[in-house]
Ligand binder design. Sequence first.
Ligand code: O7E
Length: 209
Amino acid sequence: MAGLILALDVTDREKAINIANEVADYLHAIKIGWPLVMAAGMDIIDSLSQIKPIICDFKVADIPNTTKLIVREARNHGAMGIIVHGFVGRDSIKAAVDEAGKMKVYVVAEMSHPGALDFMQKHTDDIVLMAKEVGAAGLIAPATRPERITHIRSLAGDMEILAPGVGAQGGSAKEAIEAGATHIIVGRRIYEANEPAKAAKALYDELTL
Ligand code: O7E
């Protein structure tokens, strides 16, 4: 079944925990990245893991050894998944997969912002095929370009596809799922809403109708 992932890009620990608790019933997982980890410290991963599985969006882009060390830290704090960049190449992605253990590795295949067309999109197909070959669990593909999700799905087999770009960036949850995504990633549409639970429920309902 399609699932909703909250991008919890707030910079206050208490606010993060409150929002997570408020919307938890509608979530498959919570994605946290540099804004929250830099503000609240790595143990926010441990705390939020008590509420929902945590995906660390560290968009790791480094040599294999450094990649391995970052993946290990996320794993030691109880993360369920970690996001790495694909353009760094096979050896770095393999290092992430080898170090991840039970944690899922998600590889960024194509980003949702217009700048992704400058360089990244030219290499999306190769990144998808490489991520599949080295055993990554899933891919990141743009909800802002559903036709690209469909294309990525045609290469990805049964890998998970997580699609950011719904709401604030203009993408539609329903279209992303119909195009082939398994999950959508949504931040501002939920955490900036007057009633985050209501906003999360509306997205959840859109996915399950
Ligand atoms: O636009 P929002 O507020 O719904 O937030 C979207 C989140 O998804 C935010 O954390 C951003 O960093 C992330 N994201 C994109 O918006 N576009 C991408 O291409 C990739 C990501 C991302 O999360 O990458 C790893 C999944």
